[in-house]
Design a protein around this ligand. Sequence first.
Ligand code: TXA
Ligand code: MG
Length: 341
Amino acid sequence: MDTQQFDPAAIDAAARALEAGALVAFPTETVYGLGADAENPAAVAAIYAAKGRPQDHPVIVHLAPEAPLDYWACGIPPEARALADAFWPGPLTMILKRAPNIPDAVSGGQDTVGLRCPSHPVALALLRAFKGGRGGVAAPSANKFGHVSPTLARHVQDEFGADGSVAMVLDGGASQVGIESTIVDLSRLDTHGPVLLRPGHISAEAIAAVIDRLPGAPDAAAPRASGTLESHYAPHTPVAMQERAALLETVAALHGAGRKVALIHTSDMPLTHAALRLPAAPDGFAHALYAALRAMDGQGADVILVEAPPQDGDWLGVNDRLRRAAHGSTGIVHGLLNTKV
Ligand code: TXA
Ligand code: MG
């Protein structure tokens, strides 16, 4: 797989590769995406194969700002157009009713489609070059299923460099936002109102300020979203999250038991095997989070301990990702303290 810097020739080559049915990884302001022509079911199937992702999980279709929404979705409510005006290009994905001409490969067999117009200049240039700006690029995050999303081209190389499934990755530097887009379901507005399927940089309150309705929590009948699986965004090393006071005790106990601790923290902490200090504000923390998880995953530690951020609304997206990264590691600290090194 070639890593290409951002220049017109690379954008052109990437657009032609997509048109030919190949997979191209590209930067967005949230995370890097693994792209394919959304209207080519074989190319979309190649994304699922490369990621090791179940076939019934829908992918987001990325559009240029000029692309006509009505080509992709039908029964588009005025709320969707208002949100697109307010937040596109940007980190918001809308779930709408799928237009009949759109292959169901992108929606995992559901009758909806997820649409987003990203703001990263490389993504915008690619979307404008692909099929003359009228195409859609299906792109989940460019990581193996369940693993941490990539925020650097190097992360994509680490995920797919060995297996030859990805034709090229465009390098656009570090993703600014750092966690995946906010997903709001508007496909059942009449009966269920707007529903927040995945929290992100654009908050429910910011959405409510535009459409006058606060998105609710998903119910059992809400469209499935793989980023909403309990265990997701997880490194290989177990992750545990604790507030500062408990964390200090845990670090001391683990050290006493001869364990290696990798720490992701925001306040002063004792020296550990490995550590990264992140900004104590939600945007800065989100920006650095996935790179930090990847870096701490590579330290040969027994556990990655994360200093729990505050529980307030600004931290919703970060807390959501951390909770999923830590899922499946319940009892890990207890286990490490009660088994011999
Ligand atoms: O920020 C992002 O959204 C990144 C960048 C690359 O744009 N993409 C991303 O894709 O996070 P992915 O596939 O890792 O997560 C997309 C989420 C999944 O949870 C998927 O189930 C949901 O969007 N989704 C996509 N289309 C949907 C649909 N029609 N109905 C319900 N959920 C949908
Ligand atoms: Mg993903």
